[in-house]
Design a protein around this ligand. Structure first.
Ligand SMILES: [Fe+2]
Ligand SMILES: [Fe+2]
Length: 169
């Protein structure tokens, strides 16, 4: 069954939000590189790639459902970052916003009895649990670290070991 006009619009907005997430993570990657934290920068860069994969999951879904994809302009991340902690806090805030958007999509799909949306949205519900938990842990660890530079460099090295995943997870 083709996608409804309202779901089509909502998914197009979500494509934009995922691309805006990618853009925000890229800004965080640049900031962390400037701060001489290459491991954290690389982590954010991978996160940016992952968000692009997320956008494409919605992109493909809309097209598969005989919908129309309309790409709109991506807002400037507008982040004022001062420390690694501020970057990861911005990331956590952003992920919570995305989770709320996924929940809204779920509610709309349910209202419209668009059960074909469920496998896609279930994947995102689980993904958001993981995203919030991963970023939340890094935020807490950065708070523990405080101004201990040795510990900060150790965490930078640990995050730099992250490997890219093909599935956008
Ligand atoms: Fe995402
Ligand atoms: Fe994310």
């Amino acid at each position: 069954m083709p996608i409804s006009t309202s779901l089509e619009a909502a998914y197009n907005e979500q494509i934009n939000l995922e691309m805006a997430s990618s853009y925000a993570y890229l800004q965080m990657a640049a900031f962390l590189d400037e701060e001489n934290l290459p491991g954290m920068s690389s982590w954010m860069r991978m996160q940016a790639e992952e968000e692009r994969v997320h956008a494409l999951k919605f992109f493909d879904f809309v097209l598969e459902r005989e919908g129309h994809v309309e790409l709109t302009s991506i807002a400037s991340p507008g982040l004022s970052l001062s420390t690694a902690l501020s970057a990861f806090e911005a990331s956590l805030g952003h992920e919570r916003k995305v989770t709320a958007a996924i929940n809204d999509l779920y509610a709309l799909a349910t209202d419209e009895r668009d059960f074909a949306s469920y496998p896609l949205l279930n994947w995102f519900v689980e993904e958001q649990i993981e995203e919030e938990s991963t970023v939340g842990l890094i935020v807490e660890q950065l708070k523990m670290i405080g101004d201990d530079r040795t510990a900060l460099l150790m965490l930078d090295r640990e995050l730099g070991a992250r490997q890219p995943s093909a599935e956008g997870e």
